[in-house]
Design a protein around this ligand. Structure first.
Ligand code: ADP
Ligand code: MG
Length: 400
C-alpha cells in the first residue's frame, strides 16, 4: 500500500495544501469547518509513558489539517492529499477493528472509538492534509487522529475535553489500527500550547504548561529527521515493554513509576539478586532515570536556566543508546555531530531505530550546527537529514 511522502520543511510553519479547496473540489460543497492538530517532539522522558511515568513534549508548527462536513446518513468519506488512491468510502456502522483500510484506519478509528463510547457520530466527509513528516517519530498519526476527533467533537456537539479527544485518538490507534502506543502523542497534539512544553503525568493525565520560550532566551531547538526507519522497531517496542513489566513485577510494584529515583541503585541490586535478565536491569535503569531527567529539566526550565538542560538531554541519549538500546548509527551520528559543532545538548527522540533527534543550541549557532550534522551525514554516506526549527506551537484548534 502506498504511504504518504511529506517531507520536513526548512523552518517555522510550512505552507502545505489548502484542505478547504481540496474538500470543495472532491465533494462539491464548502466544508462545515477546518481544523488543525500538530505533530509533536518529545524534549525528554522516553519509553516512560507505558510505565505510568512523565513525558515532556512540545507541539510542532507542523500540523495535520482537516476540512470536514457532518453527514447524517452513515457514510464516512476520507481523503488525504498526501496519499495516492482517492477517496475512501466507508459506513460508520460497519467499522471493525483491524480491518485494514491503510492510512484511512487512523481517522476511521476515531469515528469507531467515538461511536463505541456512545457518541452519535452519524457520518462525515473529510479532506485531510498534513505537513507533519510521517514515520519520523514526530507523531503524524496522532495529529491525524486528534484533528479528526476535534472536528467531530465540534460538528456533533460532543462536549469532549482536550484530554478526552486524546484518549479517543489513542483508542483508535491501539484498538482499531492495532499500534500499541502510549498516550503521550495524542495528549501533546490535543493539549500543548504555544511557547510551552507540556509536563504530562501519564498515570492520571494531570499536566502543566511549562514556559519554554526559546527565542526569548536566544536558543533554538532543532529537530533532525534522519529519514530512516529501521525494521527492528516494532518487535523491540513490545520487548522493552514486556521487560519493564517484568522489572516492576520482580520489584513488587505496580509500574516502574512507583520506584523513586533515590531507590534505583538498591532496586538494581534487588533485581540482580532475583536473577533478573540483564536487559531488564538496563530497562529499569533507563525508565527510572528518564523519569528523573524529566523532573530535572522542569526544575531547570522553571529556574530560567534552559541552557543547563543540554547535558541532561545528552544523558538521556546515552541511556537510550546503552541501556534501552533503541538508538541507531544515524541518530548517534546526529547527536555526536551536533555536540561536536557546539550544541548545548542533544538526544534521540521518539521510539528510536531511526526517526528524529532534538538538538538544543544557541540561536546564533543553529545554522553552523545544522550544517555540521548535514555534512556528517554526507560523509558517512547517509541520505540528507531534514533539519528544522521546533518552535513550541499551539495544540489542536479550529481554523475556520
Ligand atoms: P509517526 O506517527 O511517528 O509519524 P506512525 O507510523 O505512527 O509514524 O504513523 C504514520 C502513519 O500515519 C502513516 O504511515 C499513515 O498511515 C498515517 N498518516 C500520517 N500522516 C498522514 C497523512 N498526511 N495522510 C494520510 N495518512 C497519514
Ligand atoms: Mg505515530
Amino acid at each position: 500500500t502506498a504511504e504518504p511522502t511529506t517531507t520536513a520543511p526548512a523552518e517555522g510553519e510550512p505552507a502545505g495544501t489548502d484542505p478547504a479547496a481540496t474538500f470543495t473540489e472532491l465533494y462539491g460543497s464548502e466544508p462545515d469547518g477546518v481544523w488543525a492538530a500538530p505533530g509533536r517532539v518529545n524534549l525528554i522522558g522516553e519509553y516512560t509513558d507505558f510505565n505510568d511515568g512523565f513525558v515532556m513534549p512540545l507541539a510542532l508548527p507542523h500540523t495535520a489539517r482537516a476540512a470536514v462536513s457532518r453527514r447524517d446518513d452513515g457514510v464516512l468519506r476520507l481523503y488525504s492529499t498526501d496519499v495516492p488512491g482517492g477517496v475512501v468510502s466507508l459506513r460508520v456502522d460497519e467499522l471493525a477493528p483491524h480491518s485494514g483500510h491503510g492510512w484511512a484506519a487512523y481517522p476511521a478509528g476515531v469515528v469507531w472509538a467515538l461511536r463505541r463510547a456512545g457518541h452519535p457520530v452519524t457520518g462525515a466527509d473529510i479532506a485531510l492534509t498534513s505537513t507533519v513528516p510521517t514515520g519520523a517519530g514526530l507523531s503524524s498519526s496522532a495529529a491525524l487522529e486528534t484533528v479528526t476527533a476535534l472536528a467531530l467533537n465540534d460538528l456533533f456537539d460532543l462536549g469532549l475535553s482536550a484530554a478526552d479527544l486524546a484518549v479517543t485518538g489513542r483508542r483508535a490507534e491501539n484498538d482499531f489500527v492495532g499500534v500499541p502506543c502510549g498516550i503521550m502523542d495524542q495528549m501533546a497534539s490535543a493539549c500543548c500550547t504555544e511557547g510551552h512544553a507540556l509536563h504530562l503525568d501519564t498515570r492520571d493525565l494531570s499536566l502543566r504548561q511549562v514556559p519554554f520560550d526559546l527565542a526569548a532566551q536566544g536558543l533554538t531547538l532543532l529537530v533532525v529527521d534522519t529519514r530512516v526507519k529501521h525494521a527492528l522497531g516494532d518487535g523491540a517496542y513490545a520487548e522493552r515493554r514486556a521487560g519493564c513489566e517484568e522489572g516492576a513485577r520482580l520489584l513488587g510494584i505496580p509500574t516502574l513509576r512507583d520506584l523513586p529515583y533515590e531507590d534505583l541503585a538498591a532496586a538494581l541490586t534487588t533485581l540482580a539478586d532475583a536473577g533478573a535478565d540483564e536487559s531488564v536491569i538496563r530497562y529499569v535503569r533507563h525508565v527510572v532515570g528518564d523519569n528523573h531527567r524529566v523532573e530535572q529539566v522542569i526544575a531547570l526550565l522553571d529556574a530560567g536556566d534552559v541552557r543547563a538542560a543540554g547535558p541532561v538531554l545528552n544523558e538521556g541519549h546515552v541511556s537510550l543508546r546503552d541501556d534501552l538500546r533503541v538508538s541507531c548509527p544515524e541518530l548517534d551520528l546526529a547527536v555526536e555531530a551536533a555536540n561536536t559543532a557546539g550544541a548545548l545538548g542533544a538526544r534521540m527522540t521518539g521510539g528510536g531505530f531511526g526517526g528524529s533527534a532534538v538538538v538544543l543550541v544557541e540561536e546564533a549557532q543553529a545554522g553552523t550546527v545544522a550544517k555540521a550534522v548535514e555534512e556528517a551525514f554526507a560523509a558517512a554516506g547517509h541520505a540528507a537529514p531534514g533539519v528544522f526549527d521546533a518552535v513550541p506551537s499551539a495544540g489542536a484548534h479550529r481554523l475556520s
